[in-house]
Design a protein. Structure first.
Length: 332
């Protein structure tokens, strides 16, 4: 499993495109993996023949895991000899609201070998909410058996002493959800849910102003292809940030670091969630070129082919939900 981005520690196998005995070329995509940001391809390090694939579909593997073997020449084998990376210790922490009690969770993630080490997906850090704060040892054992986290039990109101969640409360809850339609959450859906939860810890301030869009709509009629109103807003935002550079700076420690370019993210509806590819140097990009860049990014996002690098580094984001018939809204 290659390194798929700075903040990515694991990925899920979603497609295996080869079988043992297949001849492969160098840099040929043979496995598709899904992270909480995108679907990406794993390529061969050299040409040769597939000896075996040890990875399993829908299983999650840490970075550095062996997913399979290529039978190669002695020269290529010497260049790409297997090197086991040291175990990774990943500390992940999600801040809580004032009424939550959350302890930092630390997970040991060790690079798997020969297909071992797959683990089920889920939110990276459980959030301990009021309803699930007090559980009995029997409940904890049952949760471990079903691979549930305290976040999964957040909707349960305990009936035991001190609002403790009892085994009966848990079984009643499980019986209810057994009768409801359900499907496995994709990695991006899990990532969106986790980001939404973290967003509630951020300060939120909204101001609004009415704007006459007649000149914009007139200009749009004269162009081919026609830019969407959201792209006019994107370009206006980029120009405004370029004219007011202090608004485009980041506070890092006690230094105000100025951005070298105005990189604006655009929210795109994708399967199971939202992806936010970034348009680089938006303030220097003409409206016509914005249309072209935006369409390319939308097509890639809807195919889940936006890499983490293409979603990183933006200093502002435009989210257009007017297409859903909404007159006013605040993006989270």
């Amino acid at each position: 499993m290659p390194q798929l981005g700075e903040s990515i520690a694991e990925a899920t196998i979603v497609d295996i495109k080869v079988k043992p005995g297949d001849e492969v070329a160098v840099d040929q995509e043979i496995i598709d993996v899904e992270t909480n940001k995108a679907v990406m391809g794993v390529t061969t390090p050299c040409k040769g023949k597939i000896e075996k694939i040890t990875a399993q579909l829908k299983e999650t593997y840490p970075i550095g895991s062996v997913l399979g073997y290529v039978e190669a020449s002695e020269a290529d084998a010497a260049r790409f000899k297997k090197q086991a990376p040291p175990p990774q210790t990943v500390a992940e922490e999600i801040p809580a609201r004032a009424d939550q009690e959350v302890k930092p969770a630390r997970q040991e993630k060790v690079a798997a070998r020969d297909g071992d080490g797959a683990r089920p997906g889920g939110l990276p850090v459980p959030a301990t909410l009021k309803g699930a704060s007090f559980v009995s040892p029997r409940v904890r054992a049952r949760m471990a058996e079903l691979q549930l986290t305290p976040a999964d039990l957040a909707a349960i109101t305990g009936t035991g002493a001190g609002n403790r969640v009892t085994i009966k409360d848990l079984e009643n809850f499980l019986h209810k959800i057994d009768n409801q339609s359900a499907k496995e959450a994709s990695a991006i859906r899990t990532g969106v849910a986790d980001a939404m939860r973290r967003s509630w810890t951020r300060p939120l301030s909204t101001v609004g102003s009415s704007v006459n869009l007649d000149p914009v709509l007139q200009d749009r009629q004269s162009r081919d292809p026609k830019p969407g109103p959201g792209l006019y807003a994107t370009r206006a935002l980029a120009l405004a940030l370029a004219e007011s550079p202090t608004a485009a700076a980041k506070l890092i420690g006690n230094r105000v670091v100025q951005s070298n370019s105005i990189d604006v993210g655009v929210a795109v509806e994708a399967e199971d969630g939202i992806m936010v590819p970034v348009i680089r140097n938006a303030e220097k990009t003409s409206l016509a070129d914005l249309v072209k860049k935006y369409q390319e990014l939308v097509d890639l996002a809807r195919k889940r082919r936006i890499s983490p690098d293409m979603q990183a580094g933006g200093i502002a984001t435009v989210s257009n939900f007017g297409t859903f018939g909404v007159e006013w809204g605040t993006p989270i």
